[in-house]
Design a protein around this ligand. Structure first.
Ligand SMILES: NC(=O)c1ccc[n+]([C@@H]2O[C@H](COP(=O)([O-])OP(=O)(O)OC[C@H]3O[C@@H](n4cnc5c(N)ncnc54)[C@H](OP(=O)(O)O)[C@@H]3O)[C@@H](O)[C@H]2O)c1
Length: 286
């Protein structure tokens, strides 16, 4: 039986939706904190288990009878590495054979401005490797879906204002990551493999502005301020401190070319070319 954590979240829900098209519902389990959020899955025959990454005993009970666990990285930065270690320890204690983990496709965490935020993905991978469980690391690129968040709702009027310089990102659509992940979960031969799941092409924010210009039928410019100016602006418009920090660090990571590398794994496990920038932006802004 396959268990997917984070199934009340966007990526996890997408993965389970795809799994249901491939294997019987009674071969799928999910781990959630609140069973009510996935009542529809329970109605379809999916085994709903409750547990919390902070509570190792709840996880061990939830993993009873499970062969393969997909750990979706937590979105809670409060001791995220500790949460993930709990999942690994519980999986091992419960006799799980294979642990898959959704990390990040990032060039070199040691030299990345995003190290304070994202190093725990790599520490989690190291902990899983040391556990002796079979592992598969699904290193997800930045979601295309973060682009509108970085651009802001008024981007067609204001232009693109983002401190990413000429850095490029091989964005991937969350739903395509979900589909490819479901295909990996139901097939064999992934033991001790690392798959960077990225788009086929990396794009700069200047290219984002060019595509937006074509969609809007007018020039949408791109301005990349200094990081300190960018940070001050985000604060001035009243964004919460956590969002300011996250935006500044991600922009710096992009500028540092952290997300430029492309890999064929997403295309392989999707069975088609991943969506491109134009198609994505068209779907949001046209
Ligand atoms: N590649 C990217 O661009 C990108 C962007 C954003 C996030 N991410 C990472 O990828 C992950 C999946 O993305 P997503 O879009 O699906 O995120 P999401 O919609 O925020 O889902 C996060 C999931 O984690 C669960 N979770 C959080 N804390 C937990 C805990 N203590 N115990 C058990 N479950 C817990 C949440 O459960 P509840 O419903 O109970 O809260 C939710 O199901 C995120 O968690 C984050 O680590 C990647």
């Amino acid at each position: 039986m396959i268990l997917v954590t984070g199934a009340s979240g966007q990526l996890g829900a997408g993965i389970v939706e795809h799994l249901l098209t491939k294997i019987p519902a009674n071969e799928i389990a999910v781990l959630v904190r609140d069973a009510q959020k996935v009542a529809a899955l329970q109605a379809k025959g999916v085994s709903v288990r409750t547990g919390d990454y902070h509570d190792v005993a709840s996880l061990q009970t939830a993993f009873d009878g499970i062969d393969k666990v997909l750990l979706i990285s937590s979105n809670d930065f409060n001791n995220r590495i500790g949460q993930h270690k709990n999942v690994v320890d519980a999986a091992k204690a419960a006799g799980v054979k294979h642990l898959l983990y959704t990390g990040v496709a990032l060039k070199d965490i040691q030299t990345s401005p995003l190290k304070p935020l994202l190093e725990d993905h790599f520490l989690t991978e190291a902990y899983i490797e040391a556990s002796g469980l079979h592992y598969t690391f699904l290193r997800n690129s930045l979601y295309f879906e973060v682009v509108p968040m970085f651009l802001g709702a008024q981007v067609l009027e204001t232009g693109v204002y983002f401190a990413a310089g000429e850095g490029k990102v091989a964005f991937a659509l969350r739903q395509e990551l979900a589909e490819a992940t479901a295909n990996i979960l139901v097939s064999d031969g992934h033991e001790n493999k690392i798959y960077p799941l990225t788009g086929a092409t990396a794009y700069s924010f200047a290219e984002v502005a060019q595509v937006l210009s074509a969609i809007a039928g007018k020039t949408v410019g791109y301005h990349s301020p200094e990081s300190s100016e960018f940070e001050g602006f985000l604060r001035q418009i009243g964004l919460p401190e956590g969002i300011v920090l996250m935006s500044v660090l991600f922009a710096a990571g992009v500028k540092n070319t952290d997300f430029e590398e492309t890999d064929a794994s997403l295309e392989t496990w999707l069975g088609r070319k991943p969506i491109d920038l134009q198609t994505f932006l068209q779907s949001v802004f046209a």
